[in-house]
Design a protein around this ligand. Structure first.
Ligand code: SF4
Length: 282
């Protein structure tokens, strides 16, 4: 099925603007449930995906890399990995842990993806549409109005696939996907992420300082090797650059000390994860 986005009207519109037909679709793939669902949705709609870009922070769960391999097998598409200027472990020593105000990691991602696009497409001739996997629960994040107006961003989970802005008003949200729809869709396709979504509601870098308390506890108990790796990374931040950004401005070392103290007093790992250990030892 050829999607209506690629109809004669669209072709004329692009030609009038001086672009080649068809437009180029670039998917930014985090590997999580939403972007995975988005890729399969686009394929089921018959969209040719021109680039599937995965930004590798080097801080991913090992299960994520296995998931990406499986995705390549299931979709038949090649995932292109883009990387930051320098490994995140090195940038960490210079910039400290990222936080709400200084999300240098996000900046690195945008820069790496932009650089790849600039090197691989001719922006004067190729009309590039970025596909973003925001789900219905994340409508508030779809705030790129200017880009939307120009038709440069689309949100396939929201059924937003128009590159002709005048057609946007005819769109329906009926088939939009929520985050749980996206997860179910992926499960139905046979994806499991090695159980990551049974332990976390969102899957992101294992050492992300923006993680919720519950997620930090889960990493502490279920992924001790990754926890230790994150502690090691924190120790590598020069003293002059130390600035703690985990929960309540604590360092990971503080949290580690707190959790290990509780571990001495309480029972099995399974039961510990259920408890609010942060408040228990506050
Ligand atoms: S998950 Fe956290 S650490 Fe990783 S890129 Fe996103 S904000 Fe940065």
């Amino acid at each position: 099925m050829l999607h209506p986005m690629f109809d004669n009207k669209t072709a004329r519109w692009l030609k009038d603007q001086g672009y080649r037909f068809p437009p180029r679709l670039v998917v930014s793939l985090s590997g999580g449930k939403d972007s995975t669902a988005m890729v399969h949705r686009l394929l089921s709609w018959g969209f040719p995906i021109d680039a599937l870009l995965f930004f590798d922070t080097g801080w991913e769960f090992p299960e994520m890399y296995e998931h990406l391999e499986l995705m390549e097998k299931k979709t038949g598409l090649k995932i292109t990995t883009v990387t930051p200027r320098k490994p995140f472990n090195e940038l960490l020593k210079r910039y400290r842990w990222p936080d709400g105000q200084r999300r240098w990691c996000s900046r690195e991602k945008i820069d790496a993806i932009t650089k790849w696009i600039n090197q691989n497409f001719n922006k004067k001739e190729d009309y590039i549409i970025h596909c973003v996997g925001f789900a219905l629960d994340e409508l508030h994040r779809t705030d790129t109005k200017e880009q939307l107006k120009k038709g440069q961003v689309m949100y396939p989970l929201l059924n937003d696939f128009c590159c002709d802005p005048s057609a946007a008003k005819h769109m329906t949200m009926d088939d939009s996907m929520t985050e749980s729809d996206a997860l179910q869709y992926c499960h139905d396709l046979g994806y499991t992420w090695g159980g990551l979504y049974e332990r976390f509601s969102r899957v992101s870098c294992y050492c992300c300082p923006l993680k919720r308390k519950r997620d930090l506890r889960t990493i502490y108990w279920y992924y001790p090797d990754l926890w230790e790796r994150a502690l090691e990374m924190e120790r590598s931040i020069p003293e002059s650059n130390k600035y703690v950004t985990f929960i309540g401005r604590e360092s990971l070392q503080d949290i580690d000390a707190r959790l290990s103290k509780v571990g001495e007093h309480l029972g099995t790992v399974e039961s510990l994860v259920q408890l609010d250990l942060f408040s228990a030892v506050a």
